[in-house]
Write a protein that binds this ligand. Structure first.
Ligand SMILES: [Fe+2]
Ligand SMILES: [Fe+2]
Length: 121
């Protein structure tokens, strides 16, 4: 019988995303950190989206749309001509952290419950 009520991979990947966002706030952060954030975000979102498709998750369109908004934010950041100065990075990192926090504790929790239920049956 399963004791834990959380998806280990999903939780670990969220932690990793928050860690990268913290790096983005650091003085030494550069474009490389944004690229890392983009790569890991893509890896994580794709995995969630695969689960949603495989399990025919009812909220998947809304969820994938939310992922796209985050992808666009990061792409916009990478595409901007402006130098990523410390103040700008701080603002962006804070915004992305707040967005991700809402996503992880809202929409992702519903997906988590659905995956856990599906794997239990
Ligand atoms: Fe997630
Ligand atoms: Fe998600």
């Amino acid at each position: 019988m399963r004791k834990t009520s959380e998806l280990i991979w999903q939780d670990a990947q969220h932690q990793k995303l928050f860690e990268i966002l913290d790096l983005l706030k650091e003085e030494a952060a550069d474009r490389e950190v944004v690229l890392r954030l983009q790569a890991y975000t893509e890896y994580h979102f794709e995995l969630e989206e695969q689960y949603m498709l495989q399990l025919d998750f009812p909220g998947r369109e809304e969820h994938i749309r939310a992922h796209h908004r985050f992808r666009q934010e990061i792409a916009g950041l990478l595409g901007s001509e402006t130098e990523l100065d410390a103040q700008f990075r701080e603002i962006i990192a804070t915004f992305l952290t707040e967005w991700l926090t809402r996503h992880v504790f809202g929409i992702d929790k519903r997906l988590e419950a659905f995956i856990l239920e599906s794997s239990a049956s």
